[in-house]
Design a protein around this ligand. Structure first.
Ligand code: NAP
Length: 541
């Protein structure tokens, strides 16, 4: 069992009651250990009495830690005084379950080591004590060069009951090393990575048998960079459900942290009873980072990495990765030149898919109340020539739709048309994709008009603009009930284009439906089960 431990900084004597209340609330929300961080309290003349009070009234077994500044804490006093305080506690009437002492302190002087050894339970202890020693080591700059020696030094100390190592991860790959340390442990071990790359080590600690993971009781209350909140661990990542066989998924992007993927896919795993967890997986933009990190995750023998959603700027990298590894590439992905879904089969076979293309067609047909087969021969204007536009054009021509592309940068539109025009997709006629002059957008000859630019997107380049007006210089684009306007932008759901088109009587399709469908197709490919899309709609409201 991996404990959820909530660390609480006790800044001053006046904060004790509040901290005890926070501890009680944390235990009610699933915490099984409380760590009292007494770095700032230890200087108080009455420190021993205050900490005894904290230990006696703690609503769960507790760890007492007085971390010096040299290891990222706040205590800058004398080491002997601090260790004497810990010794006093562990030999008193109300004893903590654990004392945490840094390996560096423990090995600095024989005197400190003896003092610690006198205070904790171990095989040669003559006294009747029940507090165990966590020996710990932290590096806030990166992976320590002597990581393995530190683990060995802590493990071989007879008084050490728990080995704790934490370092600032430089990439997702550091988590994999933390998992290897846990898998090869000789004593109960805590191995955690800090910072934006370290979340995986914290969430997956139960999969690899870590003794505990730390969680902040509220946002911004963490004691180390990258510590998740109790609510995120419990509700978003379903911490209690994570075990040895849990399969790992995630969203790969740069950044990846703001994706709604974890909210949707973890809730869906829960709904269908799939033993999986979905995490943000930030990977820096360059191909080398993608290749090294995704390669290490796929190859890791115990991670059970089974798939990922892949977003900007890695969609082309995914295609290259799967191609170089001899995996299976969906024909649409080949044409689009980018993939948004990685599937890793149980036997290690890799698949690159693009669920944006079928999701766009599903959303379009659903909005038009028609079948995909009935699209053949219709004409569509696609505004934009980026990744979304390429996926949509692929979906359209695969169903026999004739496409005219409009884009700010004409060369990009021409490249798109050149890649698709005349190409054969399945049984559809040879693809018809040409580039349009901007004023032709107002010709009144497109029953389907699609925005695949980021115009109208909140926080995008032109959140208040209507892309059709931007392209025609404000000239009237005929919109009435014979025209279907599909805006792929989904934040906000009601873009300036959607509002205008609706006001003028056109049939409108918002981007949210496509977004949910592309996620549902990924989910189905990973689990073989239908995603709970109604639940998703509710979650996104
Ligand atoms: P991308 O590859 O970066 O392409 C952006 C496109 O927008 C390009 O055609 C670009 O034109 C155009 N553009 C950007 N700013 C513009 C401006 N100020 N004026 C005129 N054109 C402008 O991005 P993407 O991946 O294709 O995504 C585009 C949009 O699609 C995003 O807003 C996203 O929300 C949406 N999308 C939705 C879904 C969904 O599931 N609903 C899925 C994927 C994407 P240039 O070529 O001239 O730069």
């Amino acid at each position: 069992m991996t404990f959820l431990a909530v660390p609480l900084f006790v800044d001053a004597a006046e904060a004790i009651d509040d901290c005890l209340e926070r501890a009680r609330q944390s235990v009610a929300r699933g915490a099984r250990l409380i760590e009292w961080r007494i770095d700032a309290l230890a200087d108080d003349a009455d420190a021993a009495r205050h900490v005894e009070h904290l230990v006696r009234n703690a609503p769960a077994p507790c760890i007492v830690t007085c971390r010096p500044t040299s290891e990222g804490g706040l205590y800058d006093g004398d080491d002997t005084d601090r260790i004497s305080l810990l010794e006093h506690l562990a030999t008193g009437e109300h004893r903590p379950r654990y004392l945490d002492v840094e390996l560096a302190t423990y090995t600095r002087s024989e005197n400190l080591r003896q003092k610690v050894n006198l205070a904790v339970a171990h095989a040669k202890q003559a006294r009747d004590l029940d507090t165990s020693l966590i020996l710990s080591s932290h590096d806030f700059n990166g992976r320590p060069a002597d990581l393995l020696q530190r683990i060995e030094s802590m493990t071989k100390e007879p008084a050490c009951a728990v080995v704790k190592i934490a370092w600032l991860a430089r990439s997702l790959r550091d988590n994999l090393e933390a998992f290897d340390l846990l898998a090869e442990r000789h004593k109960p071990t805590i191995a955690l990575c800090m910072g934006r790359f370290g979340l995986m080590s914290r969430v997956l600690a139960p999969k690899f048998g870590g003794l505990l993971t730390f969680a902040a009781d509220r946002p911004a209350a963490g004691t180390a960079p990258g510590q998740p909140t109790l609510d995120d661990l419990n509700r978003l990542y379903r911490f209690a459900k994570i075990g040895r066989d849990t399969k790992v998924y995630g969203v790969i992007g740069w950044p990846a942290e703001h994706s709604r993927g974890p909210l949707l896919h973890n809730a869906a795993f829960d709904a269908v009873g799939h033993d999986g967890v979905y995490l943000p997986l930030p990977i820096p933009p360059e191909w080398e980072h993608f290749n090294a990190t995704v390669g290490a995750m796929v190859d890791h023998p115990r991670l059970d990495f089974r798939g990922a959603s892949v977003t900007l700027p890695h969609k082309e990298h995914l295609l290259r990765f799967v191609r170089e590894r001899g995996g299976v590439i969906d024909p649409l992905v080949d044409a689009i030149g980018a993939a948004n879904t990685l599937v890793v089969d149980d036997d290690g076979t890799l698949h690159a898919l693009n669920t944006d293309a079928p999701a766009a067609i599903e959303a379009l047909c659903n909005g038009m109340n028609t079948r995909p087969a009935d699209l053949a021969g219709t004409r569509a204007a696609v505004v934009g020539a980026g990744g979304a536009a390429r996926a949509i054009v692929a979906g359209l021509v695969a169903h026999g739709v004739k496409v005219v592309v409009f884009n700010r940068s004409r060369d990009r539109a021409e490249a798109l048309a050149a890649d698709f025009h005349g190409r054969q997709f399945g049984n559809a006629p040879a693809a018809h994709v040409v580039v349009g002059e901007h004023d032709a957008l107002g010709c009144g000859c497109f029953p389907i008009m699609i925005n695949a630019t980021s115009i109208g997107m909140a926080d995008g380049p032109a959140p208040d603009e209507n892309p059709f007006e931007a392209f025609t210089g404000g000239d009237d684009v005929p919109l009435d009930d014979s025209v279907t306007v599909f805006d792929t932008v989904y934040t906000p759901e009601r873009t300036p284009l959607i509002r205008e088109a609706e006001a003028r009587g056109a049939r409108v399709i918002t981007g949210g439906g496509m977004f949910l469908r592309q996620a549902a197709l990924q989910f189905h490919r990973w689990t073989g089960k239908d995603a709970p899309t109604e639940k998703w709609r509710h979650l996104l409201q």
